[in-house]
Design a protein around this ligand. Structure first.
Ligand code: ADP
Length: 440
């Protein structure tokens, strides 16, 4: 108990005692006590009303001096309210600083509540997407930046995903959008201008496509002459080996040019159409048969554990299968085994190629889908590899919203799995598994 509280209680007791004693002297102890209580009550009510009035008028003169309990209450009250005012000031200053620093950011930042209404946005959000700080506060961002991809991004809460949408402010400009969790139930939408980056990558793509296109015609002429020379019985024997080497190299260059053109086409197109149906089981079986026709290989089994089909491009999925399968064949000895599997469940569908070949060292795995990356360049060149196959696979899969997973262990073999999300899978009708297995 503080000194003031002690005084207050003591004063109260003394007042009641005095009331009791004076009342007792006249033979009315209870009345004396009652009068003393009423005086105490009157006094406190008076002080309470005065304090309440002072709160309204903010004139605390009467409470500023003295040691009584009401002065104590006032000093405590003024200390707390001063601190609250100070904190408010600090928060305001901090908020100003945060706003100034987010305004200095080159990227647009928009804070959204759980309904995707705008809570606050920075200056760059206005410059890039035309969002107005005051006017648009409380409005749904997907109503202002109308784009189906953005609606999907915000609905899915997939914080790893980034999308690109055309700028609503400048024709021809592009914005990269990403949403990250922010505070309780809120999101931070980050908008980045990727126009220049896209322009440069288009320039690179166009250059590769044009160069490949220009190389195609002279290469066809060279290959044609080399083919004729190889078949010409009049060709001197000494030329036979150099000509056949030139022919093999011309064929290799042809393959590089064709695969570069294929990559450019995949890179510049939109995502694969979803209204075409791909019979993956049929493609796997056909790919296995084609490899068998080509010559001596490891044994190849096809395991079809699903009747599901895919929405996408048949040619592109066929190219995925043949690229992964031809790699497996080239890297697996003839006494090894390759298994092609097609299965599906509620998480989507999976096409995988498992081989018992040489395997790949773990530190090469992240680089396998880079263009022209080969673990053993010399060997790959000799067995016809150009290092573009897995880059093509990666692009095709990303056009089908799918992912490539690679598991491998040197000396044991590798598994290349392509995982397709449910939106790309047509599960109809389920057929008993036992009747579907085929192997060869
Ligand atoms: P390439 O035309 O050289 O096969 P890819 O892009 O298809 O090019 O493959 C890149 C590299 O990945 C290959 O050069 C090879 O080193 C490695 N690779 C791919 N598949 C396998 C596999 N099944 N087993 C071992 N290594 C593989």
């Amino acid at each position: 108990m503080t000194g003031a509280a002690r005084h207050f209680v003591l004063g109260l007791i003394l007042l009641l005692a005095a009331g009791g004693i004076i009342g007792g002297l006249y033979g009315y102890v209870e009345r004396g006590l009652l009068v003393a209580s009423l005086i105490a009550l009157f006094w406190q009510v008076r002080n309470l009303l005065a304090f309440e009035r002072a709160l309204h008028t903010r004139d605390f003169e009467a409470f500023r001096l003295g040691e009584g309990i009401w002065q104590q209450i006032f000093s405590r009250f003024s200390y707390v309210s001063e601190r609250a005012a100070q904190r408010k000031l600090e928060y305001r200053r901090l908020l100003k600083q945060i706003r100034r620093s987010t305004d200095a950011l080159p990227d647009g930042a928009v804070i959204l509540n759980e309904n995707n209404d705008i809570v606050v946005c920075n200056r760059a959000a206005k410059r890039l997407a035309g969002l107005k700080r005051k006017k648009d506060r409380g409005r749904r961002v997907d109503n202002l930046l109308r784009n189906p991809k953005l609606v999907k991004l915000l609905a899915e809460d997939d914080y790893m995903q980034a999308i690109e949408i055309p700028s609503p402010v400048t024709d021809g400009n592009w914005l990269n959008c990403r949403a990250v969790p922010y505070g309780a139930g809120q999101k931070l939408l980050i908008l980045r201008d990727v126009t220049e980056r896209n322009r440069l990558s288009k320039m690179r793509r166009d250059f590769v496509a044009n160069a490949s296109h220009e190389l195609r015609s002279p290469l066809t002429v060279i290959s044609g002459y080399l083919d004729s020379l190889t078949e010409d019985p009049a060709m001197p024997a000494a030329w036979s080996q150099p000509v056949s080497q030139m022919r093999a190299q011309a064929q290799r260059m042809n393959r590089i040019v064709e695969e570069l053109l294929e990559l450019s086409r995949l890179e510049s197109g939109d995502e694969a159409r979803s209204d075409h149906v791909v019979d993956v089981a049929g493609l796997l079986t056909a790919a296995r048969n084609a490899v068998f026709r080509d010559g001596k290989t490891a044994s190849i089994d096809v395991v079809i554990d699903s009747s599901a089909q895919l929405r996408g491009s048949s040619n592109e999925i066929d190219s995925v299968i043949s690229n992964i399968l031809s790699n497996a064949v080239r890297h697996t000895p003839v006494d090894g085994r390759i298994v092609l599997t097609w299965r599906s469940d509620s998480d989507g569908a999976e096409l995988s190629v498992e081989d018992s070949g040489e395997g790949i060292d773990a530190h090469y795995l992240p680089r396998l889908t880079e263009r022209f990356f080969r673990v053993d360049k010399g060997r790959s060149r000799d067995d016809g590899g150009v290092g573009l196959g897995l880059a093509i696979v990666k692009h095709v899969l990303s056009r089908h919203d799918a992912e490539l997973r690679i598991d491998s262990e040197p000396g044991k073999g590798s598994t290349f799995s392509c995982h397709f999300p449910p939106l790309r899978v047509i599960v109809d009708p389920p057929i008993p598994l036992a009747g579907e297995r085929s192997s060869g």
